[in-house]
Design a binder for this molecule. Sequence first.
Ligand SMILES: [Fe+2]
Length: 440
Amino acid sequence: MSLLSRRVLPLGRRVVLGRAMLSTTSYGSPEAASGMVMPPGFNTQAARRTSLNCPKPEARHHADGGLGKTMPPGFKAHVAELDTFTIPDRVTGSRGDRALGKALVDAWRRDGIIQLSMTDTQRQLWKDAYSASKRFFKKSHGEKAACIDSQSYAGYIGSGEEVTDGIADYSEIFTVTKDLDMSEPRVRAKWPCHGPCPWPDIEMKEPMVRYNENLGAEGEKLLQLTELGLGVAPGSLTQYTRDGWHHTRVLRFPPRYATNGKGKEGRGIGSHTDYGLFVIAAQDDVGGLFIRRPAENEKFANWEKSAAGLKEDADDWYYVPPVDGVHTVILGDMMQYLTRNYLTATPHKVGLNTRERFAYAYFHEPSFQAVLKPLEGGCGGMMQDKTAQTSEGIHYGTHFTNMFMRNYPDRITTKRLLAEDRYSLLSKPELRTMDSIPSL
Ligand SMILES: [Fe+2]
């Protein structure tokens, strides 16, 4: 059967099944259902598959099945219709896992973003986290502003406080980083960014901790599948996520016309790339996320020179419409570095819509102490772009600290970090050796 004649579900819900839902060797194509066996590792069917069925921007209201109708006002963009993958309960390295991994890698290389169908458990976890988020952001400014910590970047970030490419963003954020109490050795040793998470209450903490644990397991499976898709040795990526510096950004965006005058009209968050491996996100039904597809003529390396502001006002962005029951996954700087630009970080930005919007972004990250080196081999020698190499590797903790200091120059955490010269600790060997715990 021709791939072009594949059934396309309405509203862009093309569902690509993983091993958990199929006992075949592939991921749900009609070919697999008819018993056709794919070569191990590399799925040429997936590579040929067209995706991001994107009408021209000006035609979006007519040709995108209505998905574009939630696009924030004042933006011109293509409307993305994305493949939706289902991740298996366990990744064993089977032929089906390899085919799925290859399909994921191909989709990221083509579209810069994928959708994963939520399990029933995840739907409930997102629902609970969404309710908790709404409850929190309804609190008075004073109550929210009290949720900060001078040692970690966890806690509340008011609308207008975050700065991207020198311009204030209208997003209102609660950031969750590794929650370490004051007796924890790394906190006592004053490691940058290490400290407690200033939760407002148990009603916020409990559902978000549960959701993050689930997404942490999802992130590990996704890394295993990515290893298979890239054709690199098992553990090539997951070696870096022992005690990973996973964190979360719980986001609220005000309506476009109800802002505080600190930022640029219509801007939720300016164009940027995220810093780690990948970001698994959920969004409500309002809409506001835009991404850029990978492009040969767009080169950036955010760990060397800030990619913030990249093509901010261009009109060739892709709008990612809300789709019920899915997570989206975009890639971060470290995935780009590790794969020598074979997979590139996904530039993205957020526009303000006519209604307030809530989103939840979970960042699956290397250990703070990890020093990453580009992967060897894989993908038939295609990961050969030497321009992405830094001979001594990249220390993730330094990259993370740089990003947060840049985004929050006036935050108490940045001021304390500088005043106590914590930044210089980042070059110490124990901060660059995974699993080492400081002796006090
Ligand atoms: Fe981001």
